[in-house]
Design a protein around this ligand. Structure first.
Ligand SMILES: NC(=O)c1ccc[n+]([C@@H]2O[C@H](COP(=O)([O-])OP(=O)(O)OC[C@H]3O[C@@H](n4cnc5c(N)ncnc54)[C@H](O)[C@@H]3O)[C@@H](O)[C@H]2O)c1
Length: 265
């Protein structure tokens, strides 16, 4: 449909998983894309696949979002090629560790990538967008930024920080024509989660917590990014959009309760 023809979209962590899915979705809508990632091989493969999606252009750059100088240089290079319209601040990492065992090193690393890295890219991009009085920033939060999960104290804290970064940016940047929202997915099957969790864990997690009865996929979330980046969301800013198969709606009913009160099918 070419809804993003002529628009320049920067996706961080665009080499695989959700970031790659989002890049492909914008590519199918005719956008020009810049992808940042730390994984060179995946980035090369991503460039090749996004190039065949319908994208106007795909440029990749090896950028670690924690490297402020490199982030600022590469955002400047991207914006010089074509003014940035949309930033999808997606790069992130996760590690499962009990709270009592979290080392200072891993705490700092996760906060550095997931929160400080997001701040660097957002600030660099918004400094270009603000004088033009237009732009959209979509920060990747998580259901875990709103609700705790055992084994992820550092990750949950980083995503809680993303929620407040998003709200504060929205308040400060609305008068500069920049909309800032966050997306908070629940459990998605991506290379990240599949590296951490075995199939038995996933089955148990779905049974206990996800009313929709399955984990999310990358395709379940990409449409929300397109909507929030579009002019249809012109008056939407400062919000966190949960997309989680019903997990945060409340306590999932057990089988007994569903048998008694659920729909007769
Ligand atoms: N998978 C889930 O269940 C889930 C749920 C909610 C939110 N999220 C969030 O979605 C985002 C993407 O997650 P995913 O599941 O696709 O993970 P993923 O590991 O499959 O992809 C993340 C990408 O980010 C890149 N990256 C990591 N560190 C980086 C850095 N310092 N600089 C630049 N790029 C870096 C990786 O190389 C990778 O290509 C993350 O922010 C994650 O927290 C994931």
């Amino acid at each position: 449909m070419n809804r993003f023809a002529g628009k320049h979209v920067l996706v961080t962590g665009g080499a695989r998983g959700v970031g790659l899915g989002i890049a492909l979705a914008f590519g199918r809508e005719g956008a020009r894309l810049t992808l940042f990632d730390v994984h060179e091989e995946n980035l090369d493969a991503a460039r090749a696949s996004v190039a065949t999606s319908g994208a106007e252009e795909v440029v990749t750059a090896l950028v670690d979002v924690t490297d402020r100088a490199r982030v600022f240089a590469e955002v400047e290079a991207a914006d010089t090629r074509a003014p940035l319209d949309v930033l999808v601040n997606n790069a992130g990492i996760a590690e499962e560790e009990g709270f009592l065992d979290v080392s200072e090193e891993s705490w700092k690393h996760i906060l550095d990538v997931n929160l400080t890295g997001m701040f660097h890219v957002a600030q660099a991009a918004c400094r270009h967008m603000a004088p033009r009085r237009r732009g959209v920033v979509l920060n990747m939060a998580s259901k875990n930024g709103l609700d705790g999960e055992v084994g992820y104290a550092h990750y949950n804290a980083s995503k809680g920080g993303v929620v407040m970064l998003t709200k504060t940016m929205a308040l400060e940047l609305a008068h500069a024509g920049i909309r800032v929202n966050a997306v908070a997915p629940g459990y998605l099957q991506t290379p990240m989660s599949m590296e951490i969790d075995n199939p038995e864990f996933v089955r148990d997690f779905v049974d206990r917590y996800i009313p929709a009865g399955r984990p999310g996929t990358v395709e379940d979330v990409t449409g929300l990014f397109l909507f929030l980046a579009s002019d249809e969301a012109m008056w939407t800013t400062g919000q966190v959009f949960v997309i989680d198969g019903g997990q945060l709606a409340g306590q999932k009913p057990g089988k007994d309760l569903l048998d008694r009160l659920g729909p007769r099918t």
